[in-house]
Design a protein around this ligand. Structure first.
Ligand code: ATP
Length: 342
């Protein structure tokens, strides 16, 4: 975290797949912008396993406990078998219950809709990510969806407080409380209460998630902040990424009371790893969110964040884009295009 003087210390986890190459690109930009970060490199995921350690080494946990802020590349999550997701383990360990994912239209990235400006707030620790799965009898397996009053109330309050601080107009809760009357019902009631009792000035609506998704792809501008439980937040984040150019352009932050971890919404993209073609922008935008977080204690980080944001907006506007956005730049070439515009 930022001390009052000198460089701020931030844990750096490059991650797996495209993680190391996009991390290198982001570090180059932050360095060129004079961000003044003292990086504390740590391992997690496959990279840590290959090093002979645990997927989430104790030394990485201790470093985050100490420094309280981390920038993290994606960690590969095996499908169907193998170790539990490192991303989920970190969110649970540090109780990072609020995930924030801003989704906005970018200059020079034409998509079906213009002026998309959404913020997704995802409850990050409960729901079907409880990790409680078992075989009831051979051939019958189950996964437990968990919602707690404490968990639902704190994310509802967090979302309304965030909306108030950021001067956003409206919160829409997506739910399926018509079917999951207890779990989604609790989530919905907690949001209703927070609105009625403490934040009546923020516009508020609720939508059953299936209908809500249809409305999202018809006209995303009707929404402002979306508040969702864990799994819905995961799915809708990727859907919304598709509205503004894809996974290469949506950043994220995970907040708890004692730590914050900044990471892109996308995964480790093994299909393009090691080819120097991945878009580093989502991680760079996550780093900008991190600088704005550090700016809460040291305002100078806010100016650096703004410079970097202006530089990548300008690069995109000038047609400097990676392949996922229809351009031809490699990962490092895009970083250079941003640096040239700082
Ligand atoms: P994981 O198992 O880590 O979740 P994945 O490949 O299943 O990895 P993502 O990493 O989210 O899931 O990738 C989904 C698709 O989007 C892939 O085809 C990938 O190449 C593409 N993609 C994801 N991130 C980027 C990026 N930063 N730049 C370019 N393409 C990306």
């Amino acid at each position: 975290m930022a001390s009052k003087t000198g460089a701020a210390s931030v844990v750096l986890i490059p991650g797996d797949g495209i993680g190391p190459e996009i991390t290198d690109a982001v570090l180059e930009v932050l360095d060129a912008a004079g961000a003044g970060i003292r990086w504390v490199p740590c391992k997690a995921g496959l990279a840590a396993l290959e090093d002979g350690g645990d997927v989430l080494p104790e030394s990485t946990i201790e470093a985050i406990e100490h420094h309280r802020v981390a920038l993290k590349g994606p960690c590969t999550t095996p499908v169907g078998e193998g170790f539990a997701s490192v991303n989920v383990q970190l969110r649970k360990h540090f109780d990072l219950y609020a995930a924030v994912r801003p989704v906005r239209s970018l200059p020079g990235v034409p998509t079906r809709f213009e002026n998309v400006d959404l913020i997704i707030i995802r409850e990050n620790t409960e729901g079907l990510y409880s990790g409680v799965e078992n075989e009831v009898v051979p051939g019958v397996v189950m996964s437990m969806k968990v919602a707690t009053e404490r968990g639902c109330e704190r994310i509802a309050h967090w979302a309304f407080r965030f909306a108030t601080q950021r001067e956003r107009q409206k919160i829409t809760v997506f739910h399926k409380a018509n079917i999951m009357k207890m779990t989604d019902g609790l989530f919905l009631r907690a949001s209703d209460h927070a609105h009625k009792r403490e934040y009546p000035n923020i516009d508020y609506e609720t939508a059953i998630i299936d209908a809500g998704c249809m409305r999202l792809v018809q006209n995303p501008s009707q929404f402002d902040i979306l508040l969702l439980e864990n799994l819905y937040g995961d799915v809708v984040s990727d859907l919304c990424a598709g509205l503004v150019g894809g996974l290469g352009v949506v950043p994220g932050a995970n907040f708890g009371e004692d730590a914050a971890i900044f990471e892109a919404v996308h995964g480790s993209a093994p299909d393009i790893a090691g080819k120097n073609v991945a878009n580093p922008l989502a991680l760079l935008m996550s780093a900008v969110m991190m600088l704005n977080h550090l700016a809460e204690e040291r305002t100078e980080f806010g100016a650096v964040a703004e410079r970097i944001k202006r530089a990548y907006d300008q690069a995109l506007n000038d047609g400097e884009k990676t392949r996922d956005l229809g351009g031809s730049l490699n990962t490092d070439q895009f970083a250079k295009a941003v640096i040239d515009r700082l």
